[in-house]
Design a protein around this ligand. Sequence first.
Ligand SMILES: NC(=O)c1ccc[n+]([C@@H]2O[C@H](COP(=O)([O-])OP(=O)(O)OC[C@H]3O[C@@H](n4cnc5c(N)ncnc54)[C@H](O)[C@@H]3O)[C@@H](O)[C@H]2O)c1
Length: 381
Amino acid sequence: MTRIGIIGTGFVADLYMRSLETAQGLDLIGAHDVRDARLSQFCEYWNVKAFETRDALLSAIGPGGILLNLTNPLAHYEISKAGLAAGCHVYSEKPLAMRMDHAQDLHALAAKAGLMLASAPCSFLGEAAQTVGAALRGAVAGKPRLIYAELDDGFIPQAPYAKWQSESGAPWPAGDEFRVGCTLEHAGYYLTWLIALFGSVRTVVAASSRQVSDQLPVDDPAPDVSVAILFFASGVMARLTCSIIAPHDHALRIICDKGVIELDEAWNNAAKVRFRRRFAIRRRLVSAPFARTLRVPGPTRPKTGRWGSASMNFMLGVSEMAEAIVQNRPSRMSADLALHLTEVTLAIQNAGETTGAQTMRSRCDPIQPMPWAQRLKRGRR
Ligand SMILES: NC(=O)c1ccc[n+]([C@@H]2O[C@H](COP(=O)([O-])OP(=O)(O)OC[C@H]3O[C@@H](n4cnc5c(N)ncnc54)[C@H](O)[C@@H]3O)[C@@H](O)[C@H]2O)c1
């Protein structure tokens, strides 16, 4: 069993607890939060031991255990640093840090201490993302040329978000979400997939803007829309869009020589992956009206039910780290991935109107597929 502990028992911590029910080999030691009332509410609901101080929890997790840093983004750097200093591996919610120098510092500290450092999201370890990888490796669609990835959430300023709350009663942290912004919050849901599949982004050309800031209940909102063109070192190019304005669209389309690999929802580990062939009939170029569903055979990874807009297993990343510890191998949730994800995301978020091409300095190699996702089974049309 690998010891784990949670710091930050807010909205997302409940999603981790539901996901924990599907995980094996993890021993949750306890949790800590600076807000006593919320800590008690969470610990009573889930029957988890409450720790009054951060350091008491860190020493209970102990060297070699995993700290889950589920605090607000502004606290991530300080808490992850404390976790590493206590000898714990760290799994941080996104973003790894709000500043690149802080992310680099954590990366260097983890390397020096020989500890794992990971940043959410971990959905690239899930069935949908792994199926996309198997399809690309299996040359189902031919060479990938261009990717369109959308993370538009709908017109959130008009959503009844004041009524949104987690299972044990934490309110959706609207102020935080708007101050941190949809790019830092969400770009990773496809960026991690793309980096895992195609490796490092070489150049980012992006724009970001505050188009609805007058409708948000905070004084200092982050950009509410961003559009990025990503040039990968391996040659493929992607367009990634994040907004809390445009109609909900979480589609991914990988345009390849023989057709398009597509899926509708980044936030569903079990989203159907389809291949839509392209062909010519007489003088017309046609996309197949019926797409073929692609599947990997056999058991994949445990899935969780739906909560709000997500059907994701938040524990896949922590389980991957725990397996890596037991098997004494590098984790797919690597510190290089966390750092590169942070650099690319910050470049997009901070692009504004006039920033030109930005050359990325961090690197991340494509990530080994999961053992169960080596092969693809062709499903029915
Ligand atoms: N809300 C979501 O739907 C969602 C989904 C996925 C990921 N996330 C990510 O999860 C993280 C947490 O988000 P959330 O929605 O749970 O926010 P939240 O505000 O509901 O919870 C964060 C908790 O961290 C605690 N905290 C802050 N600083 C702390 C410190 N120094 N020490 C101990 N506790 C501290 C707060 O008191 C709070 O209870 C963020 O990084 C966010 O991006 C959120």
